[in-house]
Design a protein around this ligand. Structure first.
Ligand code: NAD
Length: 249
């Protein structure tokens, strides 16, 4: 699909990669509806011509209303960059070195992350595709955001579960939605310089970068090139592109 033909939603568009993708899409001539819990960030980081509305993807009613609003605002809908996501790290079981106390990963923290990264992402896909089918719009394209963490990563059980599920369901949904003319693709970043990773300890960051063959962390533009490919290549479907500098883990 041509970028200029897109009427597309970008979630988590206030900061980081989402803000970059929404801006690049707008510059390419797409109509863009941006959603984020952080309205101030959207106002600060997105061009005036991008439609903006508060969205919490972990709230089903919010997702339903947002998608209906986007369909009205753009007089149609044929794309989604399903980008909103958080991290909430911690070991599943941890023993305090000093006291010997055994700590359990909090159940609420598990559900909070899955509510955004998995259930929220699923609601976005469901509502976008249902709206397209109800209003007889096709073709369409969805780009999900997974992560290299989907292969497993210490201290990230909840994140790993969400990102593995999103990559696997990219296959599921590409098969389910073929009849509706909707492709479903996925991008799996390595470490990217965004607010999500900005707080990382400098020593840990240097050790991590040492394992990346290209010798640096990714920039949002590196990931945009993959998102753009997913959107434009009508033969790309049901697959996940790793954009991680060739990291071996
Ligand atoms: N940065 C990385 O290294 C990296 C690596 C792999 C995958 N990812 C994934 O890429 C995506 C974007 O990551 P990023 O680094 O740009 O993140 P970020 O934290 O920099 O930005 C995420 C945006 O999502 C918004 N958001 C959070 N919860 C939300 C909710 N419930 N509803 C709507 N918006 C919400 C935040 O306000 C923020 O503006 C995420 O899905 C993330 O898991 C990031």
């Amino acid at each position: 699909m041509q970028l200029s033909d897109l009427k597309i939603i970008v979630t988590g568009a206030g900061k980081g990669m989402g803000a970059h993708f929404a801006t690049r899409l707008f510059e390419a001539g797409a109509q863009v509806c941006a959603g984020d819990i952080d309205e101030a960030a959207m106002a600060a980081h997105l061009p005036a011509g991008v439609h903006k509305r508060r969205l919490d993807v972990s709230q089903e009613a919010d997702v339903v209303e947002f998608v209906q609003w986007a369909n009205r605002e753009m007089a149609g809908l044929n794309g989604l960059v399903n980008n909103a996501g958080i991290i909430a790290d911690g070991l599943l079981v941890k023993k305090d070195r000093v006291t010997g106390e055994v700590q359990r990963f909090p159940t609420a923290k598990w559900h909070a992350l899955l509510g955004i990264n998995l259930t929220g992402a699923m609601w976005m896909v469901r509502e976008v595709v249902a709206t397209m089918v109800e209003t007889d719009q096709k073709p369409g394209v969805i780009v999900n955001m997974s992560s290299i963490a989907r292969h497993g990563n210490r201290g990230q059980s909840n994140y790993v579960a969400s990102k593995a599920a999103i990559a696997a369901n990219t296959v599921t949904w590409s098969r389910e939605f073929a009849a509706f003319g909707v492709r479903v693709c996925c991008v799996a970043p390595g470490m990217v310089a965004t607010p999500m990773t900005a707080g990382m300890n400098q020593k840990a960051l240097e050790a991590f970068v040492a394992t990346i063959p290209v010798g640096r962390v990714g920039q949002p533009e590196d990931l945009w090139l993959a998102v753009k490919f997913c959107l434009e290549c009508d033969y790309f479907n049901g697959r996940t592109i790793d954009v991680d500098g060739g990291i071996a883990f």
